[in-house]
Design a protein around this ligand. Sequence first.
Ligand code: GLU
Length: 385
Amino acid sequence: MTIAETPHSKLVTSAARLRAAGRIVIKIGSALLVDPESGKLRRHWLEGVAADVAMARARGQDVIIVSSGAIALGCRHLNLPKGVLKLEEKQAAAAVGQIRLSHAWQEVLGAHGISTAQVLLTLDDTENRRRYLNGRSTMGTLLKLGAVPVINENDTVATSEIRYGDNDRLAARVAELASADCLVLLSDIDGLYTANPSTDPTARRLDTVTGITAQIEAMAGDPVSGVGSGGMRTKVAAARVALAAGCSMVIGSGHVERPISALEAGANCTWFLADRSPRQARKLWIGGSLGPKGRLIVDEGAAKALAKGKSLLPAGVRAVEGEFSRGDAVVVVGPDGKALGRGLIAYASEDARAIAGHKSGEIENILGYRGRDEMIHRDDLATDD
Ligand code: GLU
C-alpha cells in the first residue's frame, strides 16, 4: 500500500499518512545535525532520530536517510573558518566530515540492530539513465537486505556545474529514484508559510498543499537558513519533483527530540499531497515522455505474463529490433504485431539479441557477465491497459 493508494478519507492526520507510506525518505539539514555554535554533532538528537527510524522499520516500512552535515563537521575538524569557503575547502571539509557523519549514523542505527549503508551521489547519477537504473537497483537491494541507506551528495568530487547544490533537491531525486511514497524534510521551520513568519505577523502556515502553483512558489520567497544551503525555495522545488514522482512530502520542524514521532503526535507541518502513486507516476513517465529506440517482439506466453503485471524475461523475446543502450525505452510488441506497452530495457541491443529466447540462467554463459534476470523489470514497464 502507498499513500496515494489509500482512500483519502483515511488520511486526514500526519500519523495516518506517515504510517500508510511503504517507503520513506527522511532529509535532515545541517543546522539540525551540527550545532551551529560549537560545530559539534548533536549526538543526543541523532539518537532520537534513530529511534524513530527503528520504529518505522519495525512497522515494516523502508527508510532512507538523506543526511547533510559533512561540510559543517569537516570545517570544525580542519579548523576552517565559518562563513564563505572556497570550493576546494568545502570539498576537503566534506571528505573529512563525511566519514564522521557516516560513523555517527552507523553507531546510532547500530544500537537498534540496523545496518547503515553509505551512498554518495552526484547529479549525473540521477540524470543519466544507466546510472540511475543502477542506483535504483542498488537502493532496492539494500532495502531488501534490511539496511538503511544514508545518502549525501558526493561533495568531494561534485563541482558547481555538476552539483545538486542542496540536499532538499537531492532528497527529492532520491525519493523519485527509490519510488518512495513519502519524503519528510526536517528543517528549522515547521512548514510553508504564506509570508516570511519572522518578519510578517500576518504569515499563516499552510496545512496541506495539493499542487505547486505560482502562488505557492511565491510563498517560498528567498532562502532563510544559516548553516545549510536550502531555504523554502529549494523545499518547494523539491516538492515539485516529489509530487511528479507520486511521492507526498511533508515539511516539519526538526527542533524536537523525536521529530517523526512528533509529527505523528500532531506537530505543526505542511503536507504536499501527491495525486498518484510512485508506480503510476513512473509508468506515466515511461509511457509518455521517452521516445522509444527499438522494439521487442515477444511470444504468446510473455504477452500473457505482461498482461498479468509480470516482468519480461529474455526467454519470451522472439526478436529485437533497433539499436539502443541499456536503460533506453523500447516498445514491446505481441506475436500478432500489436503494441503491448513500453519499458526501460536492462540490456543494450546487441546483448538483448544474444540472450533473446534464452533462459535467464544462461545469461552469464552467453554474455560473459551476470546481468539482470529480466529483460524489462515490471517496475520499468508501462503496459497499454
Ligand atoms: N552536502 C552538504 C553537506 O553534507 C549539505 C548540503 C545542504 O545543506 O543542503 O555538508
